[in-house]
Design a protein around this ligand. Structure first.
Ligand SMILES: Nc1nc2c(c(=O)[nH]1)N[C@@H](CN(C=O)c1ccc(C(=O)N[C@@H](CCC(=O)O)C(=O)O)cc1)CN2
Length: 300
């Protein structure tokens, strides 16, 4: 079997054009221009690329984009003061602080400072709880992107056995909640799981979010399974020249594609969905802040 490639880049483009339509409607019918503030601390090159893409795509769908670039040695107190100003700014409907933040800053304090009504990453305890009990609000971006791709590929997820590899707050745990809400049977595996290969072999759906290049082997994949690879790992690529690198996922793509019915590539799979879902969440928070029902095609 050679798997169908799930094209996250194309899906994200289509999602962004639907988001642009919702922005138009909010402007025309309610006089609301959604605004997203993105905060970056320091000069991590990958974070800078992600933040620039976020700001660019925010403007492209017609929203207001506010980018705050802070020096790596900014104090925690000054960062929190900026967040409080953004919380109070009525033009801002979404606030995102790019992770990771430098070591002298406590990420939990940063997250707790964000008004849950504007928490487009869905990192605050209030919004994590809302996802758990199914209340309206933003949904963690990467898991929401994975869910949209899975529903598009498989239709109903009901009764399917999903194995998530990784238990992070960013991906593994919210992914578990979303798949449970869609009536999957969910197993969350992690670095201490015994017999991981045997567990993955039982999965109809594999979500790999472990952060280890090509850890999931082809013979772990049940024939016909759907594989969602969340990993983005940069590895040496001597075949491209000295000092060159390439991106790989957490799954051994070529081998897994021989077994799976469908698989996301890296790059071009889940990654582009993360930013598109951030924009979707900004529509959700802008709607809720203004007492409107968020569009149901943008959420879980
Ligand atoms: N506050 C947040 N911080 C971080 C998040 C997040 O959701 N919120 N996620 C990641 C980084 N991230 C978004 O911020 C992100 C990662 C990757 C991609 C992406 O499109 N990747 C491309 C490849 C890009 C490349 O060439 O390097 C792909 O997979 O095709 C988008 C967003 C950590 N921090």
């Amino acid at each position: 079997m050679t798997a169908k490639i799930i094209d996250g880049k194309a899906f994200a483009e289509n999602l962004r054009s639907r988001i642009a339509g919702h922005v138009e409607r909010l402007k025309a019918e309610h006089g609301i221009t959604p605004g997203l503030a993105v905060v970056i601390v320091g000069e991590d090159p990958a974070s800078q690329v992600y933040v620039s893409s976020k700001a660019k795509q925010t403007a492209e769908v017609g929203m207001n984009s506010y980018k705050h670039e802070l020096p790596a040695d900014i104090s925690e107190a000054d960062l929190l003061a900026l967040i409080h100003r953004l919380n109070a700014d009525p033009a801002v409907h979404g606030i995102l602080v790019q992770m990771p933040v430098p070591r002298h800053i406590d990420p939990n304090k940063v997250i707790e400072a964000i008004d849950p009504a504007k928490d487009v990453d869905c990192f605050t305890p209030a919004n994590v709880g809302k996802v758990q009990i199914g209340l309206p609000g933003p949904v963690s971006c990467t898991p929401l992107g994975c869910l949209m791709l899975l529903r598009d590929e498989l239709g109903s997820l009901e009764g399917r056995h999903a194995v998530i590899i990784g238990r992070s707050n960013l991906v593994g745990k919210p992914m578990m909640q979303l798949l449970l809400r869609d009536n999957c049977t969910v197993t969350v595996a992690h670095s201490r799981t015994r017999n991981l290969a045997d567990i993955v072999r039982q999965a109809d759906i594999v979500v790999a979010a472990v952060g280890r290049p090509q850890m999931v082997k082809g013979d772990w994949i049940k024939p016909g399974a759907t594989v969602i690879d969340v990993g983005i790992n940069r590895v040496p690529a001597p075949e491209k020249g000295e000092g060159k690198t390439r991106l790989v996922g957490d799954v051994d793509y070529a081998a897994a594609a021989e077994q799976a019915a469908a698989i996301t590539p890296v790059p071009g799979g889940v990654g582009p969905m993360t930013i598109a879902c951030l924009l979707a969440n900004t529509i959700t928070t802008a709607s809720l802040i203004n007492g409107l029902t968020p569009p149901d095609d943008l959420t879980a």
